[in-house]
Design a protein around this ligand. Structure first.
Ligand SMILES: Nc1ncnc2c1ncn2[C@@H]1O[C@H](COP(=O)(O)OP(=O)(O)O)[C@@H](O)[C@H]1O
Ligand SMILES: [Mg+2]
Length: 234
């Protein structure tokens, strides 16, 4: 007789596991099924590109992965924790600790300096600022000289690098990026992508990268396409 399987410790659990996910939205009287029996497993430190037509449900998938939305059916596990067991305030705290989010339009707070934007997840988590670690992160991203500037004083590529620093400052196990190079020109996008690659590898942070950009897909370990509500390898 085999011994019972012990619970998986968080550090060896998959970064993200989604199983049998259904998500349907209502549009007027019509029901629009977006995700239908979707499965996805992302190993610790693994980088995965998710591609797919506009409206195929890529952002919906990320919202569910971050616990910002709940599936109609199926299970989402983030770093070994079943999100279905967390009530809203716990979910918000858990997300703030474990996930880094990067968006196409940067989502920086206009009235805060770049440095203050980067500090936000630490404030939200009540975590101390580790100056040395922060210096290392901002130097790796090439933004250490820009921290006193307001977002409006930064280029698109600089804003996205600030947003990446903000997404990583609290050392999350999973980074979720929604078309992060969508509003950058080709050469800036290439720079930002190589930073994504380096910095997630350095930190052992898993990455789900939603993208239309073949160059973005190329920095990932696996490429998936969302079609008909499910993912397939491409
Ligand atoms: N909160 C919502 N309410 C109603 N419909 C939504 C909602 N979020 C997304 N949708 C619909 O779900 C589909 C997938 O959207 P989305 O996940 O944003 O696609 P993608 O990011 O791949 O472009 C679209 O038809 C969109 O209109
Ligand atoms: Mg989208």
């Amino acid at each position: 007789m085999s011994a019972p399987t012990p619970a998986m410790p968080a550090e060896t659990a998959p970064a993200l596991s989604m199983h049998g996910i259904d998500r349907t939205f209502r549009s007027g009287k019509r029901l629009v099924p977006v995700l239908r029996g979707l499965d996805l497993k992302i190993g610790s430190g693994e980088r995965v590109a998710v591609m797919g037509a506009s409206g195929s449900g890529k952002s919906t998938l990320l919202h569910l992965a971050a616990g910002m939305d709940r599936p109609d059916a199926g299970q989402v596990e983030l770093l070994g924790r079943d999100l279905g067991t967390l009530a809203e305030p716990q979910m918000t705290r858990f997300r703030a600790r474990t996930v880094g989010l990067v968006f196409q339009d940067f989502n920086l707070i206009d009235s805060l300096s770049a440095g203050e934007n980067i500090d936000l997840p630490l404030w939200l988590n009540g975590r101390p600022r580790k100056n040395e670690a922060l210096d290392e992160l901002t130097a790796a991203l090439g933004i250490d000289e820009l921290l006193d500037r307001l977002p409006e004083q930064l280029s698109g590529g600089e804003k996205q690098r600030v947003a990446i620093a903000r997404a990583l400052v609290h050392e999350p196990g999973l980074m979720l990026a929604d078309e992060p190079t969508g509003s950058l020109d080709e050469s800036t996008a290439a720079d930002v992508l190589s930073l994504f690659e380096q910095i997630t590898a350095q930190r052992g942070c898993a990455l789900v990268l939603v993208t239309h950009n073949p160059a973005a897909a190329a920095i990932c370990d696996r490429r998936l396409e969302l079609r008909g509500g499910r993912l397939q390898e491409i």
